[in-house]
Unconditional design. Structure first.
Length: 120
């Protein structure tokens, strides 16, 4: 089984968790259900629920009626690090969102290599 963690920057900000907490209760519950499913299935969670975007960056797709949210994440051993969430408004995931996730991943990996731990 995998374990989900939310990325925290050096100042302790947690973009994914902050965004999750700002969702309406029903949408938050649905997102939590899919995050739990991601923990259970890891990289085996199939399309259309999850997909690889670029390199190690993946997306978890959560739909709620007409709303479509994406949680971007990467694997760190048996840990799934969710970098952030955004509302998808166009067909393709914007490159800027993938770039943002890659920057977060690089910072996370650099920090964890330096500290020799798996802290977020």
């Amino acid at each position: 089984m995998y374990h989900v963690f939310f990325y925290k920057d050096l100042q302790g900000n947690c973009p994914a968790d902050d965004c999750l907490n700002n969702l309406p209760v029903k949408l938050r519950a649905k997102a939590a259900k899919w995050i739990e499913k991601l923990e259970q299935e890891g990289p085996d969670l199939p399309r259309p629920f999850a997909d690889t975007l670029r390199g190690k960056i993946r997306e978890l797709r959560v739909r709620f009626g007409r709303l479509s949210f994406r949680f971007l994440y990467f694997f760190f051993g048996k840990k799934i690090i969710i970098t952030h969430r955004f509302m998808k408004k166009i067909r393709r995931v914007p490159a800027a969102e993938i770039d943002r996730a890659e920057r977060m991943m690089k910072e996370f990996l650099k920090r964890n290599k330096r500290e020799g731990s798996a802290s977020q």
